[in-house]
Design a protein around this ligand. Structure first.
Ligand code: PGA
Length: 252
């Protein structure tokens, strides 16, 4: 089963609607010929509606960065998967380490979000990754395997191919310190092993596992040359057209 190759920008809390519209205008023009990989921009809630319109008919898909796991209800300040689908979202990031850390999101809550996203036909990008102390203690495989197991609770074999996994070692996010291609590949193999134990070989081979954490134009080619790395989740370098376009056009 051929795996999807996906390059996604995670804009985090950046860009007003006009700034966002300008950036996707540049991306649309510069990336219009790309057919062999999927391109996604995960943008702030406030820009979703405008970009849903701006990206119609293009090869760039829209993603959100969070959701609340209910279709509607008395959850002041929250946004439901139904609302995201309504404005044209196809993807949604869940379990990003910044949300795990600053908003104390547990694997259980992340699993609820994943199930809710799938229930509305959204493709969740599930982020997993270890802290620096965990890697230094040699516990990275145990930590990440547990995150994958617990976050995929309730996801069956029909659904898993709509889930994208992003391995993002926390010590590499926004630090300029990337995992080496070999370190990333080793962890991706570990994650694929967990998927194999849960869903079987064919499904494990068909699931897209992206790498994230200081992906830049000058390291993307080496990362993407690894056999287990199927894409990139890009923070800082997705905020400017020039660097994101170069990353999307990685050569491996
Ligand atoms: P970074 O962020 O590329 O700025 O390290 C990646 C992420 O948090 O998804």
């Amino acid at each position: 089963m051929a795996r999807n190759i996906i390059v996604a920008g995670n804009w985090k809390m950046h860009k007003t609607v006009s700034e966002a519209t300008k950036l996707v205008g540049e991306l649309k023009e510069a990336l219009a010929d790309v057919e062999d990989r999927k391109i996604v921009v995960c943008v702030p809630f406030t820009a979703l509606h405008a970009l849903g319109q701006a990206l119609k008919g293009s090869n760039i898909q829209l993603g959100a960065q969070n959701l609340y796991p209910a279709d509607e209800g008395a959850y002041t300040g929250e946004i439901s998967p139904r609302m995201l689908a309504d404005v044209g979202c196809r993807y949604v990031v869940v379990g990003h380490s910044e949300r795990r850390e600053y908003f104390e999101e547990s694997n259980e809550f992340i699993s609820d979000k994943l199930n809710a996203a799938l229930g509305q036909g959204l493709k969740p990008i599930l982020c997993v990754g270890e802290k620096l102390q965990e890697r230094e203690a040699g516990r990275q495989k145990t930590v990440v395997s547990r995150q994958v197991h617990e976050c995929l609770e309730g996801i069956d074999v029909e659904e898993i191919l709509d889930v994208v996994i992003a391995y993002e070692p926390i010590w590499a996010i926004g630090t300029g310190r990337t995992a080496t291609p070999e370190q990333a590949n080793t962890m991706h193999r570990q994650i694929r092993g967990v998927l194999r134990s849960l869903y079987g070989e064919e499904t494990a081979q068909g699931t897209c596992i992206m790498y994230g954490g200081s992906v830049k134009p000058d390291n993307v080619d080496d990362l993407m040359a690894q056999p287990e790395i199927d894409g990139a989740l890009v923070g800082g370098a997705s905020l400017k057209a020039e660097s994101f376009v170069r990353i999307v056009r990685f050569q491996s």
